[in-house]
Design a protein around this ligand. Sequence first.
Ligand code: GLA
Length: 632
Amino acid sequence: MNRLGTLMGAAMLATTAGAAIGQTDPLAPIGQWSIDARGSAPVPPMGWNSWNAFNSDIDETKLLASATALVTTGLAAKGYRYVDIDDGWWLKRRMPDGRLIIRAANFPSAATPDGATSFRPLTDRLHAMGLKAGIYSDIGRNTCGQAYTSNFANQPQGRIDEREVGLYGHVDQDIALFMGAWGFDLLKVDGCGIRAMTPANPHVESGDYRALGPLIDYDTLPDTDIAGVRKLYEAVAVAMARTRPAHDYVFSLCLWGGADVRSWARFVGQMSRTSQDISPDWERMLHNFDSAVRRELYAHPGSWNDPDMLYIGTGAFTADHPVEARTHLTLWAMLSAPLMIGYDLRKLTPALLDILGNRAIIALDQDPAGNQAVLAFDSDTVQILVKTLADGDKAVAIVNRTAAPADAVLTARHMKLRPDTDIALTDLWSGTISHFRDEQPLHLAGHETRVFRVRGVAARAQGLYLSEQTGRVNPAVDGIVEPEADPLVHRGVLPWRSTRGDGEHPAYGGWGGARADSTPYGQALKLHGMPLANGIGVLANSRIEVKNAGYRRFSAQVGIDDSARDRRMPVRFAVYGDGRLLKRTEPVPYGAVPVAIDADVTGVAIIELVARGAADPRYPDPVAWGEAALDR
Ligand code: GLA
């Protein structure tokens, strides 16, 4: 398809995929892959961002020091290329023409004789260093710093309208400036301006800022205008594609998992925050990890889950805590998360450089297959994550969430490898190579993550289970009727409120989303009393797109999962190839013997798996595409 075709396809899909705005039959096959293709992030973006290092107290000297360090330490050559300016860069919005003015006192190269200011000299300089440049805005009229921390350094100045530096009402103008005139390669768009500027906000009451919405009620998803929020972000995506027809940019959504962004971010931009802000504490890092780890089917080449920036170098992740620092990086790599360093690189030590620059771990993150790891074992103490790599190797991480030492047994089955043949493990932090068959006991220090690259013989000789290729499986319509908060995310103390509140109730919609090797609600897959070790669990009334990498045969054992609660509505399962019906079952009632589906997919580019239940159920039942696999 040509560029225009891609663009039109993307624009059309943006309104039909996911929440199915105004579409007649959201389960009708479309014969296309609907992950956003307007921007470009074939692998997770890597780089540096000013926020965790400096908050809003930023200037050109600090920024260039870290940019220079990226180059001189070799981190840039290893992939850390984006240098992102976060909150704190603006002086004001000039009126009446609405042009954004940079705080030139802090960014001297931005000064121009006419006072208009420009970041072009800075982005030119970063580009000349082989780096990329990122900038920050907000979808509302005001930014997070204005909304929550009025004593921040570098607050925008001037009259009320001059302090409205966010995108609201200025999308085309600001995007043309950022991505056109100023030449940025990445734009992070926060959402505080549509969340915090309620009429009851003291800053609004006092007349400092104008009220807007709120469109997002962060704590109460049903009170959030999800479609309205999506529309605002979609308008930014459209403006970016128009300004940069070469599609050589990253659109980074920052809605902290709110506004049910999980269900639609991948149709709009290249990365999307799954939680509130990370802080340099062990528990908080786990919270952010948890917000993404069960969303393995919502990350793909082109659009990634973003559990927030790295905090390696600070707090619980300093060089004095190498175990925790290594775990932090390893977990982000297993999640295929963007790797954005949040540290003042002037202070970088060889020990920290060794951690951030570990080539083997970076390679896991940047693996071109783009499969986010799947949880092969899950508990409050030990978790085992497995990621299938492009060359057929596996990466496995065994995580000890607790401060006490822990024992674990890694099995061939966790990695979908044959137990009766040799399995080679390369420890990616020590480089040590070992071999085992069947089972391998492991000892973990407190907070330790052991991570290995693994070579063995695949249990599925002729192909791959779908759950081993999550980067090619997109639950375009996942069947969720009303978004609910995910109860499996570890509750934390909000660092900025301590225990004065009642702790943090994660408000991240997504409970019931499609899962690999699990039901949507975290149970083991089971049909007619038969446990299924492999498969995709999803709700009825869903449509899953699968990119076919040259396989000839699709097979699965399907049915309504034994864990279903409604149980009254039979479900019909259909397989399409490039929009054409290949196979369809009769309606399958609850409790039936699993129905085998076998379809010839030779030459098919996009397979679609549709599970259709009753027209309008209150709670669609979970169904299983059990043992779903593609074979040569
Ligand atoms: C929000 C974002 C952070 C950072 C700040 C800036 O809190 O989540 O990542 O950008 O705003 O004010």
